[in-house]
Design a protein around this ligand. Structure first.
Ligand SMILES: *Cc1c(COP(=O)(O)O)cnc(C)c1O
Length: 246
């Protein structure tokens, strides 16, 4: 079921890209596996999926450990995964939920990406706590693009200064922006809010404060994937359409 759902989501992405005149290879799929177990992640991996998003930090770490054990098994020639099911590259883990100060070490030590950075203090802790043997932690700033009810994310007018400061931290690599707008009533309204995020993304890249431009605009979920791609998303975060209802 998960493998079939993944194919349906990939088809949606391809169709949306063609409708928007974009190359389907310009949009990555992040499978949001929150509340589902390691078996669901492993099933998605057998369907070719590599990038997974988790909201709850400790739940994600437990899953990361379980999946790495499975990946380790797969590398042993005698393992039951050694033939047809062998996987070429390991899973890539994205933290997409709120990060409190007391959870930064877990994130820095276990995840590959964190997309929910909204304060410099949290970014500084993540940089200090990122272990030397790991590559820099890949970071997106969460932007409160519509002043939404959750109020999570940096205000758009403060995003440029935060981006400039985060980009200077040694153990982080600033990759882009992430947004979670409130549900929109229709396609046009959803496009409008995603276009605001895309405009902010370009504004920051053109401001001349970053050594390297950002390459990731993370927006679009199960309900608004098409609108997000129309507006320029380079990474859609899909849970329900892959793993089912929560
Ligand atoms: C849960 C979640 C998603 C996935 O939402 P679906 O509607 O299930 O596709 C994407 N991004 C974030 C930040 C989430 O918390």
């Amino acid at each position: 079921m998960i493998v079939r759902n993944l194919q349906l989501v990939r088809d949606r992405i391809t169709t949306a890209c063609f409708a928007a005149g974009r190359d389907p290879a310009s949009v990555r799929l992040l499978a949001v596996s929150k509340t589902f177990g390691a078996e669901a992640v492993i099933e998605a991996m057998t369907g070719g999926q590599r990038a997974f998003g988790e909201n709850y930090i400790q739940e994600g770490v437990d899953k990361i450990v379980a999946v790495r054990t499975w990946e380790g098994d797969g590398l042993r020639p005698s393992s039951r995964h050694s033939s047809g099911e062998r996987h070429s590259s390991p899973a890539e883990w994205h933290c997409i939920g709120p990060v409190q100060s007391n959870k930064t070490r877990l994130v820095a030590e276990n995840y590959d990406w964190v997309q929910s950075v909204e304060r410099l203090k949290i970014a500084q802790r993540l940089s200090e706590q990122r272990p030397a043997h790991l590559p820099p932690l890949q970071v997106c700033l969460q932007v409160n693009i519509d002043g939404g009810l959750t109020k999570a994310g940096v205000a758009p007018e403060e995003a440029l200064a935060l981006a400039a400061a985060v980009a200077r931290l040694p153990r982080l690599q600033l990759r882009g922006l992430m947004s979670i707008p409130e549900p929109a009533p229709d396609f046009v309204a959803a496009c409008a809010v995603h276009q605001r995020a895309a405009g902010l993304f370009e504004h920051i890249n053109r401001a001349g404060v970053l050594q390297q431009p950002m390459d990731t605009l993370s927006m679009g979920m199960t309900a608004d994937l098409e609108a997000a791609i129309h507006a320029g998303s380079t990474m859609v975060r899909i849970g329900t359409a892959i793993f089912g209802g929560r």
